[in-house]
Design a protein around this ligand. Structure first.
Ligand code: ZN
Length: 133
């Protein structure tokens, strides 16, 4: 793992939360992207080497909708940048971590991603992400 790439925050409404995070971080949202496979709309902010990703559900079946129902708005995941996602997935699986997707999948922001089950990571959902070139 190279660094924290971004922190994912579940929100009810991007329309409400984007201006809030623009004021908080003193920077403009540089990208909004819908990820249909996850039923989310995302918004990204860059601060130094790290980004903040806001996630808004696009339908009530979305994992983000279920998260909001259970826990309300708040931190959803921490994403680590990896150089070789296949190698990192193999290393972590061998170390006993549960991969939520057995193959990397296409995520937001031009990334291949894999999530680790929070039951193995002290309750924090971890995302591995590798930039697609
Ligand atoms: Zn993410």
């Amino acid at each position: 793992m190279l660094k924290v790439e971004h922190i994912g925050i579940a929100v009810q409404s991007l329309q409400k939360s984007i201006p809030l995070f623009e004021a908080l971080l003193n920077t403009s949202c540089y990208k909004q992207e819908q990820v249909d496979s996850e039923a989310v709309r995302t918004a990204f902010f860059r601060k130094g080497e790290t980004k903040v990703e806001l996630l808004e559900p696009t339908n009530p079946e979305s994992v983000i909708a279920r998260f909001l129902e259970k826990k309300g708005e708040g931190m959803h995941h921490i994403a680590f940048d990896v150089a070789d996602i296949h190698a990192e997935m193999a290393r972590l699986a061998a170390a006993g971590f549960t991969l939520l997707n057995p193959e990397p999948k296409k995520g937001a922001d031009n990334k291949l991603v894999c999530f680790l089950h929070p039951k193995d990571t002290s309750g924090v959902l971890i995302e591995l992400c590798q930039e697609i070139f």
